[in-house]
Design a protein around this ligand. Structure first.
Ligand code: ADP
Ligand code: MG
Length: 232
C-alpha cells in the first residue's frame, strides 16, 4: 500500500523572531502562522523592514526563530540536528537572492554544478544535469562565462538554474527582481511561473505590487505580522 501524502509542504506555527538591541527589542516576526501546500505559488509583500527576509531565512532554516515551530513535509525542523538541516537546505529548498550570490571566479556551469556536489553524483553526471538545466533556461551559450561577463538577467537565470538543479520541492526567492529592469524582471517572474507549472512550490518576496500580484496567493506583512493572506 502506498503511503498517503500527509499534510502541507510547509507550516509555521506562531513564529517570533526578536532581536535585542541594547535596551530595546525588535519584533522582526511577531507571531506568524502560515501553511503552504505543495505546488502553491505565493508572494510575500510588505514595506521595507516588515520582516520579509527574516521570514524567508527562517523558512529556509538559514536562521532560527526565537520561538515557534516550523514543519517541512510534516517534520519539525527544531528537532533536526545540524546534519539533517544541511540535507534539508541542500535537497528540499532552493534559494534565489536579489544580488544573485554567484561565485565570481567560477563559470556559469561550475556555479550550477555546485549544489550537486553533495548528492553523490559523478562529475560527468553533475555536468550533464547542470547543462540540461542551463539549456532549458536559455543559457547554453554562456556555460564558460563567469558571472562578471553576464547581464543582470543572465545572472539571475544562472542563480535560478543553480536553485533548481537539485529539483527542490520549494524555491525561496527574496526580491529576485530587485536589481533588474522591469522587462527583465518580468521574464524572470515568467520563469518562476514555468517552474511552478512542473509542481515546484514557489515563495517569492517582493515589495513590487505588480510582481507580487502575479501570484495566485498573496501574503502581506507589516511590522512582523500577517495583515492579509488572500487567494485569487
Ligand atoms: N540581524 C539583525 N539584527 C537586528 N535587527 C534586525 C536584524 N535583521 C533584521 N532586523 C530587523 O528586523 C526587522 C525586519 O527586517 P527584514 O526581515 O530584513 O525586513 P524586510 O526584508 O521586510 O525589509 C527590521 O526592523 C530590521 O531592522
Ligand atoms: Mg528584505
Amino acid at each position: 500500500m502506498n503511503m498517503p501524502e500527509t499534510g502541507p509542504l510547509l507550516s509555521l506555527r506562531d513564529i517570533y523572531k526578536i532581536y535585542t538591541m541594547g535596551e530595546s527589542e525588535v519584533f522582526a516576526l511577531n507571531g506568524i502562522s502560515l501553511t503552504i501546500e505543495k505546488g502553491e505559488f505565493v508572494s510575500i509583500m510588505g514595506p521595507s523592514g516588515s520582516g520579509k527576509s527574516t521570514c524567508m531565512h527562517i523558512i529556509g532554516c538559514l536562521d532560527h526563530p526565537t520561538s515557534g515551530d516550523i514543519f517541512i513535509s510534516g517534520k519539525n525542523t527544531s528537532q533536526m540536528n545540524a546534519k539533517e538541516l544541511a540535507v534539508l537546505r541542500n535537497k528540499t529548498v532552493g534559494f534565489v537572492f536579489q544580488q544573485y550570490n554567484l561565485i565570481s571566479n567560477m563559470t556559469v556551469l561550475e556555479n550550477v554544478m555546485l549544489p550537486l556536489r553533495y548528492q553523490g553524483l559523478s562529475i560527468s553526471e553533475r555536468k550533464a544535469r547542470a547543462v540540461e538545466v542551463l539549456e532549458r533556461i536559455g543559457l547554453s551559450d554562456r556555460l564558460k562565462h563567469t558571472p562578471g561577463e553576464l547581464s543582470g538577467g543572465q545572472k539571475q537565470r544562472t542563480a535560478i538554474a543553480r536553485a533548481t538543479v537539485t529539483n527542490p520541492e520549494l524555491i525561496l526567492a527574496d526580491e529576485p527582481t530587485g536589481a533588474l529592469d522591469s522587462e527583465t524582471g518580468n521574464s524572470v517572474i515568467d520563469l518562476f511561473h514555468d517552474i511552478n507549472k512542473n509542481g515546484t512550490t514557489i515563495l517569492i518576496v517582493t515589495h513590487d505590487q505588480d510582481i507580487g500580484n502575479t501570484a495566485p496567493r498573496r501574503i502581506h506583512l507589516r511590522d512582523g505580522k500577517i495583515t492579509e493572506d488572500s487567494c485569487v
